[in-house]
Write a protein that binds this ligand. Structure first.
Ligand SMILES: [Zn+2]
Length: 456
């Protein structure tokens, strides 16, 4: 079965040109600047000059994440469907073992949970503690399972966070295996102390969530972790950068030639801490970590994306139902922490980035697809439009306007932190595994099954 996409305006991270694309067996087999005859194909799509770019890769999602308030409300099926509806065709989720569990066992359990994903997927694996076998376990995951990235937490010390000595050892082990460390950078001890004192003072509302996690504790953690990564000779990636001051340290390290990358999320670009003012029901949906910052941080993050001091935009997709948020109605530290976003990443960045001239169309493609592919070892299989790449493509309708709402989103969640946001631009078609999964903005009936991706 051959699919032909005619009259597309191909947009890659570096290039924009008119071309026809021919697809067979899930791969792009021809990219032709002059037209390809429709007789070559079984199915033809007229892209009408719309932008055509590689399917989105969201490098930061948490489907079916176990927490004290129950699982995050999207499983791999509903979460990957929401991703697909928004133009994202690959997900990188996480493996968090329990104490004492071998990393490979934890990965194998997680693979089973992801079997119902419609899109392809991989995982960042978290060494949550040190033991002597960790270097060997990391090496095995890298070589046999194609796991190239290992996530550490400087926060959450009482559960999954690492102390400084163990952090250094893990970084050395990952460096020796040729992998990359990704890190949640917030200073855990200082945050724990602040949280405790607010609760003791009966300051229990969501408005105290951001006050318990100030931006300087993120920036200091970024600074420290970059230093540790430099000592270990480890490639390093800071997840969900939210604070202006964190960017400075990433930029400085990159200027010195250290391999450091930074990711931010749509909610840090488009929302701020004014969302924590008000009653519990209105403010609890915005409890996520790091918290929403100030307007000046939003501006700095946009500038950092434009200047390419930050390289990727992930969503940290981790939705919860209101009843899970309400677990913390008397204590903000117990509110299920996270929000959904996987569905909206492309349209928000296009509407509020590209159309407002904050970033170029090529930069947009880079940050949602090509850069994550390159950084996480999926390139050029994913994140590119070229002969031999996976036929995972978005044909983008640049004109269509919508309003984001819980009433029409596909995420399995009873609120939406972007409720009421006007957007312009959405997927007209999404091609995944060489098949048309979305046509004229609607899901087609074709059966889809994602697979686990080995990265390199
Ligand atoms: Zn996360």
């Amino acid at each position: 079965m051959r699919l032909l996409i005619q009259n597309g305006m191909i947009v890659t991270a570096t290039d924009t040109f008119s071309a026809d694309l021919l697809i067979e067996d899930g791969k792009i087999i021809q990219v032709e600047r002059s037209s390809i005859s429709s007789e070559e194909a079984d199915e033809v799509i007229d892209a009408k000059g719309f932008p055509v770019f590689p399917g989105g890769i969201d490098p930061h999602v948490h489907m079916h994440l176990p927490t004290a308030a129950g699982y995050s409300s999207d499983d791999f099926y509903s979460g990957s469907l929401a991703a697909l509806m928004g133009g994202t065709t690959t997900l990188i989720d996480f493996v968090t073992p329990y104490k004492g569990q071998p990393l490979l066992d934890a990965l194998n359990e997680r693979k089973k949970e992801a079997e119902n994903s419609l899109t392809d997927y991989s995982f960042h694996v978290s060494p949550i503690e040190w033991r002597n076998s960790i270097p060997e376990e990391i090496k095995e995951l890298k070589e046999k399972e194609g796991i190239t990235s290992f996530k550490v937490y400087l926060a959450y010390k009482d559960t999954i966070g690492l102390n400084d000595e163990d952090l250094k050892k893990v970084m050395k082990a990952v460096a020796d295996a040729g992998g990359m460390v990704t890190a949640h950078c917030e200073l855990g001890d200082e945050i724990d102390a602040l949280r405790k004192s607010f609760i003791q003072e009966r300051k229990t509302l969501p408005e105290f969530h951001p006050l318990s996690r100030p931006s300087n504790l993120e920036a200091e953690a970024v600074k420290k972790a970059i230093e540790f990564a430099s000592e270990a000779g480890c490639r390093f990636y800071v997840v969900h950068v939210s604070a202006k001051d964190s960017i400075k340290y990433i930029k400085e390290a990159r200027q010195k030639g250290q391999t450091v990358f930074g990711e931010t999320c749509p909610h840090y670009l488009l929302l701020n801490d004014s969302k924590y003012q008000g009653d519990f029901e209105k403010t609890a949906p915005f409890v996520l970590s790091p918290p929403l910052r100030k307007e000046e941080d939003e501006k700095a993050l946009w500038a950092a994306l434009a200047e390419e001091n930050l390289q990727t935009v992930g969503t940290d997709h981790c939705p919860f139902m209101m009843k899970q948020k309400r677990v913390g109605v008397d204590n903000f530290t117990k509110i299920a922490n996270g929000a959904g976003g996987v569905e909206h990443r492309l349209t928000l960045l296009y509407s509020y980035g590209v159309l407002q001239n904050k970033i170029s169309m090529n930069q947009f493609v880079n940050m949602v697809s090509t850069a994550p592919a390159k950084i996480f070892g999926l390139y050029p299989r994913k994140g590119e439009i070229a002969v031999g790449s996976d036929a995972e493509l978005v044909i983008w309708n640049p004109d269509k306007q919508k309003t984001i709402s819980v009433k029409n989103h596909f995420m399995h969640c009873d609120q939406d932190i972007f409720e009421g946001f006007l957007t312009q631009g959405c997927p007209e078609y999404v091609v995944i595994h060489g098949q048309v999964a979305i046509r004229k903005g609607k899901r087609t009936g074709i059966p889809l099954k994602g697979t686990f991706l080995k990265r390199n």
